[in-house]
Design a protein around this ligand. Sequence first.
Ligand code: EPZ
Length: 434
Amino acid sequence: MEKLVITGGHRLSGDIPISGAKNSALPILIATLLAGGEHRIANLPDLVDVSDTLSLLGRIGCPSLVSGDTLRLNTERIAFHEAPYDVVRRMRASVLVLGPLLARHGEALVSLPGGCAIGVRPIDQHLKGLEALGATFELTGGYIHGKAPNGLRGAEIHLDMPTVTGAENIIMAATLAEGTTVIHNCAREPEIEDLARFLNTLGARVEGAGTSTVTVHGVARLTPASRPYRIMPDRIEAGTYLCAGAVTKGEVRVTGVEPSHLSALIGKLEEAGCEVEVGGDWVRVTGAEQLRPFSVRTAPYPGFPTDMQAQLMVLAILASGTSTLEETIFENRFMHAAELTRMGADIETRGNLATVRGRPALSGATVMASDLRASAALVIAGLAAEGLTQVLRIYHLDRGYENLVGKLRHVGAHIGRVSDREQDLQRLHLAAML
Ligand code: EPZ
């Protein structure tokens, strides 16, 4: 196991380049299954979730190769149509293979993802939409066995809630359906727009992505684009580093971003007393000497993103008053609260509402990461805290943050990554010295 070791209290200052978006990369890589041939994808982030997706595609019969900053992926042949439990258990986004495999291959066997740390996370809407397109499903042994032997047909679909990967699964399947599909109450996240842009480079006809009504005119076949497709920047990675700048009273500029994707967070940073400047492809935050309390309610895009709730909570902890954070998307997304309390935070959670009474400072402690964004919040807290913080189980972080230690060090953070072996050697060295 590895851990992060952070000495807090240092103002962060400088530019942080932002990587490609994890939640764009995963559906786009899987969407390549819709079109046989060689695809080229650029600006892929170097993340565990991306390598897990590539190994899943490899098991399906689609090998990939990195050449420079471009990935080459060959989807000529689909040898298997299964996403096994050991893969889906680790990365629930693997359920995105359902739509493309049913559309191109007519069959898919996908392990039910099960819940995860932040909630039950059912996929009923995915199945509802795919059934509307003509697929049939059986649940056997924890696996969803989907079939569409006679192809898919366009349909009018009303989703019960704006699900991101649910919309992505249905849109991908609809690209090869016969006729037109209209999806109502569709999620509007930028990652869905990025996926639609990619699908249209393959010859698909997806309209309205980014709005709550998406129309897909089915086509007979899709073919790989002639040029590499560049993944859009990661708005959650960018927001995470802006929060780090804010709580260390520093000045951090995230570069290579789409500022319009960050407007809900920018509003909250300003409400908390930070100064925010916006450029064409950058956003700079200057942390306030004294953060102000605020209230926030997570919501589907363009509302405040649930994936930024944990990170924003650290600003609330250091504000000069009482803040409230309401989590409306997932039922169990306050696990960071208990760990932050160990660093001196005063947080009371009741159901999906967290009430945070501001404190003058946090103190370093050894804390345990529980899920991707909670881990990021613990790192941000460690950067602001007085003294030493150790964050354990940092494999969660490796899923969604490329080169986090390097990027933070570049702007002045005192942070390092220690493996078990190094820890043992340090202990031996200390023991020898005593
Ligand atoms: C995507 O998850 C993101 N993951 C999540 O990011 C993000 O938190 C979430 O959207 C919300 O923005 C990827 O894109 C890979 P949902 P997803 O379906 O699609 C309920 C991160 O940290 N629901 O939009 O799984 C569900 O329980 C991750 O990067 C159903 O009830 O989320 C939840 O309450 C975490 N039935 C709500 O909808 C369904 O069939 C939104 O879930 C589908 C969803």
